[in-house]
Design a protein around this ligand. Structure first.
Ligand code: HEM
Length: 406
């Protein structure tokens, strides 16, 4: 990172640590958990506060793999396990194999018909989804304080671009035609990610940096998982609505369903998974909206993210344009937290021309009013997809064995 921007961040840091301490201890965080399991997939549940629940099955198992020194061998074996329908590789420890055989099964409530409709949604909205997962959700993750801290101090925090590509892989896998079919990869990605999260729960409490900064003893509770989940599909759907993208009800439901299944496969208990978009919005209003806040760590992660396109032949993914895009998608408050300067040309272009661009793309307006702006935006969306595609080729999700060494 350039010295200047690092200095800027450190300067902002003093004020921010006070800010983040306030954010983390704010009344919103201290509120009792009110969302009722009546709005969940099973419609019932213990109602236990998800801030006190983690992953009861995966956590002790992965802690034991780490303690036994089995992780390097397991990672090597799992590198060959890439397709949903593929048998697990020989040689895995028996307890891990047992767990994975169970964890890879789709929930009983999985609905093939809805998943097929989700494919239609993803195909029609694919271009928007690249920028939305990468920039709306990716940037939002930097102002989710507990996530920013966990990511910053874990192994992957040292290379944010790589980390974002991995999360984008999940977005890509979930949106692919065969996501949950035998030749798809979404189940593999979700089960591996579940193991990664379990490892992080074991490792981060051993990091003096993390324990010094975090407001909790164990990271990635069920509540945190749902917060991040809302930064993905709920935020995507909210933004598409804001952009007035017309979405048929069955496609919207299909998209939700594909993410409900991913939540289950990532180890989120069904009693916390919202049954409908209304339930999801209600939960997001309680769990996501009030907790967004800046932290020094999140600021540095956002700074890395703004350099996502650096060194690539993707001219539209330059820092000023990505900054303008963040301000446009997430609003002034979040952009100001992240010290993103106003970008006069791109800021205005997005404010004025994005709405008509979407309307033309959606066939709601016959002709581009400003053809240059139209094609520039179209190219911008395409470059996001290209970025992920080039980064995704070599992605392999692996269980970490240590925290961020920096
Ligand atoms: C790892 C997705 C929730 C923190 C990962 C990975 C994916 C992912 C795909 C593997 C990529 C990698 O190895 O870097 C998701 C999704 C979530 C979620 C879809 C919710 C629906 C969370 C939450 C936190 C978190 C709530 C923290 C509060 C981490 C960390 C890693 C990780 C620290 C490990 C990075 C490393 O290797 O050091 N996540 N995540 N995640 N996630 Fe999540």
């Amino acid at each position: 990172m350039a010295e200047l921007s690092r200095r800027k961040i450190l300067q902002a840091g003093g004020a921010l640590s006070a800010l983040s301490a306030i954010a983390l201890a704010s009344p919103a965080n201290a509120q009792p958990w009110r969302w009722s399991p009546a709005g969940s997939i099973p419609g019932t549940g213990s109602g236990a506060d998800p801030r006190t629940v983690w992953d009861t099955e995966a956590d002790p198992l992965v802690a034991s793999l780490l303690d036994r020194g089995d992780v390097p061998r397991v990672n090597q074996l799992l590198r060959t396990w890439t397709k949903n329908g593929q048998p697990l590789p020989d040689g895995l420890p028996a307890d891990l194999r047992d767990f994975m055989e169970r964890a890879r099964r789709l929930p009983e409530w999985a609905d093939r018909g809805k998943l097929e409709t989700a494919v239609r949604f993803n195909e029609k909205r694919g271009l928007y989804l690249g920028v939305l997962y990468g920039f709306a959700s990716g940037m939002m993750s930097t102002v989710i304080p507990k996530e920013a801290l966990a990511v910053y101090y874990s192994k992957g925090g040292a290379n944010m671009k790589r980390r974002i590509s991995k999360t984008a892989k999940l977005g890509y896998d979930i949106g692919s035609r065969n996501a949950y079919l035998d030749d798809g990869e979404m189940i593999v990605t979700a089960v591996k990610t579940r193991l990664v999260h379990a490892a992080v729960r074991h490792l981060l409490p051993q990091s003096p940096h993390w324990t010094g900064a975090a407001p909790e003893d164990i990271p990635i509770s069920q509540h945190d998982m749902m917060v991040t989940w809302h930064s993905l599909p709920t935020t995507v759907m909210r933004t598409l609505k804001k952009w007035k993208v017309p979405i048929p009800a069955d496609e919207s439901e299909g998209f939700l369903h594909s993410w409900q299944i991913s939540a289950h496969m990532l180890g989120i208990e069904d009693q916390y998974i919202p049954a409908t978009w209304d339930d999801a919005d209600a939960q997001a209003r309680e769990s996501l909206d009030p907790i967004l806040a800046p932290t020094t760590e999140g600021l540095e992660l956002a700074d890395m993210l703004l350099d996502l396109g650096a060194g690539l032949d993707l001219t539209l993914l330059s820092r000023p344009i990505l900054g303008a895009l963040t301000r446009f998608m997430l609003g002034d408050e979040i952009a100001n937290w992240l010290n993103i300067p106003r970008e006069p040309v791109w800021g205005t272009l997005l404010d004025v021309a994005w709405g008509p661009f979407v309307a033309v793309r959606e066939g709601l307006l016959p002709l581009p009013l400003a053809p240059e702006a139209y094609w520039t935006f179209d190219e911008l969306l395409r470059q996001f997809v290209l970025l992920y595609m080039s980064e995704l080729q070599t992605i392999s999700i692996e269980i970490p064995e240590f925290n961020n060494p920096n």
